[in-house]
Design a protein around this ligand. Structure first.
Ligand SMILES: Cc1cc2nc3c(=O)[nH]c(=O)nc-3n(C[C@H](O)[C@H](O)[C@H](O)COP(=O)(O)OP(=O)(O)OC[C@H]3O[C@@H](n4cnc5c(N)ncnc54)[C@H](O)[C@@H]3O)c2cc1C
Length: 288
């Protein structure tokens, strides 16, 4: 299958990309192309112009400063997966990247492309919510930062505007007593998440939960924070019964969608099972 005809543009700066976005009618940014190109081949997207971000220096790379990683939007899943500093300080981010698709997808697909595209079955959105990523978008009027809770707006819709580029993802490093885990029930062919849950907890020396983040992907039209689970854990001593009871709330607030992979009941059940498993693993890590 071939996409409809389009014009290709390859700016070398974010400024030039923004000028093109402003000037051209019906233009789309191109990152790794692993979501957009298949959509174009299926004619689900038919942009007249593609603005390739691949030639812009400085849009890829990983830096750490004052307890926060700044990851360029064009950093590939493989670079995130294999980054030694990320593995050492926020291993769950590396682990999430490592279960995206297959090596071909991870070598071309980018963290920014995935988070801007917001496929309802994508993996990184759950981890972005659980850890509290921040998203830096650049437009003609300058930069703005969007918090993870305000980023995912709906089916394949995020807070980035048509005339903006997502340039950087900010990932906070958790303090002592913290642990996190992402687990998914993958589609056997694509590896996309039928349901995926990321849980991040911080506990004090007596095992009381001082901070918690739980993100759920796959089940609904967008990734969401499992607020009921979080509320049931905060300031409680995390034992098996508390985790089990909290995990029962994992599908609350998720607009669970039935599809070829499963019914609403089945997917809601997966949310609860994977929330419990991810929380148990996160706690184990937090307690060393
Ligand atoms: C066979 C296959 C299996 C896959 N399996 C998985 C999986 O298991 N889990 C998973 O999470 N994903 C999976 N993916 C998707 C993959 O992760 C893609 O790489 C990702 O969704 C999109 O990233 P990209 O860099 O390829 O973006 P592109 O396809 O280039 O762009 C996607 C969208 O985001 C927009 N965009 C891109 N970058 C920016 C930016 N910087 N600012 C603003 N907008 C931007 C584009 O305009 C476009 O609308 C799979 C893909 C394939 C083909």
């Amino acid at each position: 299958m071939y996409p409809a005809a389009f014009e290709y543009h390859a700016p070398t700066s974010v400024k030039d990309a923004l000028k093109l976005l402003d000037k051209l009618d019906d233009a789309k940014l191109l990152a790794g192309g692993h979501s957009l190109i298949p959509m174009m081949k299926l004619r689900l997207a038919q942009p007249k112009h593609l603005i390739d971000l691949g030639k812009i220096k400085g849009l890829a790379g990983i830096k750490e400063e004052k307890g926060v990683f700044t990851v360029g939007a064009m950093t590939t899943h493989w670079e995130v997966e294999s980054s030694k500093p990320i593995k050492a300080k926020v291993p769950v981010v590396s682990e999430t990247a490592a279960v995206i698709g297959d090596p071909a997808v991870r070598n071309k697909g980018t963290i920014g492309g995935s988070l801007a595209h917001a496929d309802p079955a994508a993996d990184m959105p759950a981890t972005a919510i659980a850890l509290g990523f921040e998203f830096v978008c650049e437009g003609a009027k300058g930069k703005r930062t969007v918090k993870a809770d305000d980023w995912f707006k709906g089916l394949m819709t995020t807070a980035v505007k048509d005339n903006e580029v997502l340039t950087t993802i900010r990932i906070p490093v958790s303090g002592p007593g913290s642990g996190a885990c992402y687990m998914k029930f993958p589609h056997p062919a694509s590896r996309f998440a039928i349901v995926g849950v990321c849980a991040a907890v911080t506990v004090d020396k007596s095992g009381v939960c001082k901070k918690v983040g739980v993100g759920v992907t796959g089940a609904g039209t967008k990734a969401v924070r499992a607020k009921g689970v979080e509320a049931a854990l905060l300031n409680k001593k995390l034992d098996a019964a508390t985790i089990e009871a909290a995990a029962q709330k994992a599908a609350d607030g998720v607009d669970v969608q039935p599809d070829l992979q499963g019914s609403v009941e089945y997917k809601a059940h997966l949310c609860r099972v994977f929330a419990r498993r991810a929380l148990e693993a996160a706690l184990k890590r937090a307690q060393g």
